[in-house]
Design a protein around this ligand. Sequence first.
Ligand code: ZN
Ligand code: ZN
Length: 140
Amino acid sequence: MNREKHRKSLEKGYYKTHACKESFTCAFCGRLVVPQGAGTEHRNHCPNCLHSVHVDHEAGDREADCGGIMEPVAVWVRKGGEWALIHRCKRCGKLSSNRIAADDNPMKLLSIAVKPLAAPPFPLEHIGGLTKLLNDETTL
Ligand SMILES: [Zn+2]
Ligand SMILES: [Zn+2]
């Protein structure tokens, strides 16, 4: 580890107040991730596979010692329509929410978003009947 990087990593909360301008190699897919193109100053996941590494308690504080790979498990919509990703640490199970970046892989995001629809916990053929029931109730 180079000296400058080491010093920064020892400073608590450094990345909360400073933009992260460092490139890193994705721990999951191995792609070199550069800060340019994210549209945000805190790129915390790989734009290719959307995985992250568990290094923060709060976004940007770098205070977690876990270091586990964080898997993107869900997408949710913030106020104003902005998408965010839910990451789950494969090692300790911690969940965290992260804003998506401008250059995140759109197909990957979509595939995460539709996953629950592809595997519904109830039979889809019942939906027709349920919709009819609802309609009948509202027209009564
Ligand atoms: Zn990756
Ligand atoms: Zn963890």
